[in-house]
Design a protein. Sequence first.
Length: 100
Amino acid sequence: AARRALAALEERLYHDIGVELKGAQGALASVLMRRMREAAAEAEAVAWRVFVGHVSWLNDEQVAARATLEGREGEAWAQLLKAHAESLRRAKLAAGGRAH
């Protein structure tokens, strides 16, 4: 009878250990899943910040390029106006008029 009681106690102990182990495995899986979701969310946030930074940099570069082009366009117009004024002056001189 003592052996049966001891065997029953041992069986109950193994069963309880198994239940505890399953509970610990479930808790560990839950923690791991939560950490994976947190890591994925953090990676997504970092990727978004990098993307926004690159878009901002591209916008800055686009603005700078546009300003450079507008500056060069302005310089080209100024050169064109100077050349036109000079050709008018020369035409006037060639026609015998006075240059101002």
